[in-house]
Write a protein that binds this ligand. Structure first.
Ligand code: UTP
Ligand code: MG
Length: 686
């Protein structure tokens, strides 16, 4: 049976995990404040702090990243503005802190913008690109692939830009602010209690806690910068905030506090170990002091810490567990991210730090890393750091392996590309085939009704066609009879009545024959037209049958395949980019190695040569060389060296007069003088 503490209800495992806090709860904890010399502690913290200065290389890289992103975003989000904020701007950042960036852009919804940014960064080959869409402030996180600097991008997070300015003003107030805040942040980071995602305070919250301590120390180190009669109200993202910040905070109070960093640090841990402020209070730097929970209306909600810990059903801690008010957004309690175990860890770590200090432990003991995986490696600026100690041949071998991998990746890309093209072609062909099949059916279906119609028309035509007489013949005959019946006749030649009757009846018969014949002709034409149509349809059908093939299936399957292959291609392209970058880096390193070797060889050669020259010099008969030089005879390089070494040409006395005269003339013609160049002349010289 597990042993449960009767007082706290904590299990044995929990007592072991948070021993100091458990002892405190059961009144067994005793940490006596020792008489410690704080100078040593101060010195250690100041030394740590001086190591936190951003190097020029890191700063250059950070600036380059920001200016690259500015350009990219300007193109993609017209009219946007990218601003850096957070500790890299306030000066309260650790050396390996992140870069916080805010993109101000109103064109689209923030989450959509962040999704586009995430895609863009992945295309750029940035590492660990993660979109955190459901946080209070959604962000895209990623790592610069070269330096491993972590970068966060948020959208329209303007309030953070203002609170960064406030923190910067506090930093400028007193030289102790930076080392003090950095020491607290470093302690929290290395002891695993500075990670909002894991249920502990954010880095920003620790900064506010540290600043509040400096405002409330006795006497205070820091004033309240947000005080003043003239209030500045401004609308940010639809809400009005009081953004008053005193521009000259140094005038607010001249600090009488002369404590060194060591004193301040020990007092800080003393307060949080022996005088836990959060039972009754809220941390509020905009008030310059803690304010009561009651006044703020931030009473601690249930379940409270130990209840939440011991009751397995109460997993979430109640609201306002360790309230820290945001200086501008007064409704924002930074403790809302805290979880039960996180608060237990925070309490334990305060007690541990205080005990270590009182036992005479060093600052490095206080900040001893608890979870190495949560602490960032320092940013890398030496691109070849890992190669410097490796023998050259090993780099060459590595390069060969990478080249092979690159070839493999390139052929993978080729295969995927052709597979994708095939899938697209197949999808197109199936779509087209489906259209053709449709057409074929339509054409086929039209044949039968037309055939019926043809038969019908044919029948009809043939039935009236039995005694078919061409229409034109009937019309001619009708004309003739008509003339006979209507022409002017004299009495003598007038047809007999019988003949006239016959003509009339013949005319009527012709008329009826004409009707008949016209109908037959119409039916015949119709028959021919239908036959033509039928023939056209059959030709068309033939054509459609010829162009369609035996392709069946679902084109959507091929569309899906093409999409899947595209995603695969994107990731292989990324792999290719990474390999290329690494190959480029190794090649550059090998070039550097070769250059160094060449330079070494050259300098050895030069040394050797100098030695040879001096040797030759000594073997040259200088008087003989001088005589040869003065008589205009040729001299060797080693002769020249020896001559220059023994006073040069001026030392030659017997230079022929003629020659010297010629030289003089030439010199005068060229107008060369020993005066200073134009740039060196001042008016005074004229
Ligand atoms: P960070 O947590 O990165 O803090 O928040 P930081 O001060 O930059 O510290 P390090 O050095 O990186 O660890 C970045 C900024 O986001 C804003 C603050 O302006 C903070 O400086 N922020 C953060 C808020 O406004 N509210 C929050 O709850 C958290
Ligand atoms: Mg930051």
């Amino acid at each position: 049976m597990e042993q449960i503490c009767k007082i706290t209800g904590m299990s044995m495992a929990q007592q072991k995990k948070w021993p100091l806090f458990h002892s405190l709860l059961t009144d067994k904890l005793v940490i006596n404040r020792a008489e410690i010399s704080t100078d040593k502690l101060s010195k250690e913290i100041m030394q740590f702090c001086s190591r936190q200065e951003t190097t020029d290389e890191i700063q250059e890289r950070k600036d380059a990243i920001i200016s690259h992103l500015k350009k990219r975003f300007n193109r993609k989000f017209n009219g946007s503005k990218l601003t850096a904020f957070g500790s890299s701007e306030s000066g309260l950042g650790l050396k390996n802190g992140d870069i916080d960036l805010c993109l101000e852009f109103k064109g689209e919804k923030p989450k959509k913008v962040l999704t586009k940014i995430a895609r863009m960064l992945r295309e750029d080959g940035m590492e660990d690109v993660t979109l955190i869409a459901h946080a209070k402030v959604p962000i895209v996180k990623f790592t610069d692939s070269r330096t491993k600097i972590p970068i966060d991008i948020s959208i329209n997070n303007s309030l953070a830009i203002y609170n960064t300015s406030l923190l910067k003003l506090y930093n400028d107030c007193d030289v102790r602010v930076r080392p003090f805040v950095l020491a607290i942040k470093n302690w929290a980071l290395h002891r695993g209690i500075c990670n909002a995602a894991y249920g502990t305070f954010s880095s920003y919250a620790w900064t506010l806690i540290a600043l509040q301590f400096l405002q409330t120390s006795n006497p205070p180190v820091l004033p309240n910068i947000q005080q003043g009669d003239k209030r500045i109200l401004r609308e940010v993202e639809g809400t009005i905030y009081d953004l008053t910040m005193n521009e000259n905070p140094a005038d607010l109070i001249k600090s009488d506090n002369s404590d060194n960093i060591g004193d301040l640090i020990i007092d800080f841990f003393d307060q949080f170990s022996n005088n836990w402020p959060w039972d009754e209070n809220v941390i509020s730097i905009r008030s310059g002091k803690m304010i009561s929970r009651k006044e703020k209306n931030w009473e601690e909600d249930k379940p409270k810490l130990i209840d939440a810990l011991v009751d397995e059903n109460k997993l979430r801690l109640g609201k306002h567990s360790l309230p820290v008010e945001d200086p501008f957004d007064h409704l924002h309690d930074l403790s809302r991210v805290l979880r039960t175990e996180g608060v237990m860890d925070i309490r334990e770590e305060f007690l541990r730090a205080y005990r270590v200090l009182n036992e005479g432990g060093s600052w490095s003991e206080v900040v001893k890393t608890k979870f190495p995986e949560l602490v960032n490696d320092s940013p890398k600026t030496d691109l070849f750091e890992d190669l410097r100690e490796i023998p050259k041949q090993e780099v060459i071998d590595k390069l060969e392996i990478l080249q092979d991998q690159l070839n493999e990746v390139e052929s993978k890309i080729k295969v995927r590309k052709s597979e994708r093209n095939n899938a697209i072609e197949m999808s197109k062909a199936i779509r087209k085939n489906a259209e053709l099949k449709n057409e074929e059916n339509k054409l086929g279906n039209s044949l039968k009704p037309r055939r019926d119609k043809i038969e019908k028309v044919k029948k009809e035509r043939d039935s009236v066609n039995n005694n078919y007489i061409p229409v034109h013949w009937i019309e001619d005959e009708m004309m003739k009879v008509f003339y006979r019946l209507t022409e002017d006749v004299d009495q003598m030649s007038a047809p007999s009545l019988k003949k006239e009757k016959e003509l009339f009846s013949w005319f009527f018969e012709l008329q009826s024959m004409h009707q008949h014949s016209k109908k037959t002709r119409e039916l015949h034409n119709q028959f021919i037209k239908l036959l033509d149509e039928q023939k056209d349809t059959l030709d068309e059908l033939d054509l459609v049958k010829k162009s369609s093939n035996e392709l069946f299936g679902n084109y959507e399957n091929f569309d899906d395949l093409a999409h899947k292959l595209l995603l695969e291609l994107n990731s292989i392209h990324n792999e290719k980019r990474t390999l290329r970058r690494e190959i480029g880096r190794l090649e550059a390193w090998l070039r550097i190695c070769d250059r160094k070797k060449r330079d070494r060889k050259k300098s050895n050669y030069r040394k050797q040569n100098n030695r040879n020259i001096s040797k030759t010099r000594s073997s040259v008969n200088i008087e003989e060389v001088k005589s040869r030089a003065s008589s205009g005879e040729s001299i060797s390089l080693s002769d020249l060296g020896a001559l220059l070494n023994s006073g040069g040409f001026s030392s030659i006395q017997n230079v022929g007069k003629e020659k010297s005269e010629r030289k003089k003339k030439k010199k005068m013609n060229n107008n060369f003088t020993a005066s200073r160049g134009k740039r060196g002349r001042s008016k005074k010289n004229y």
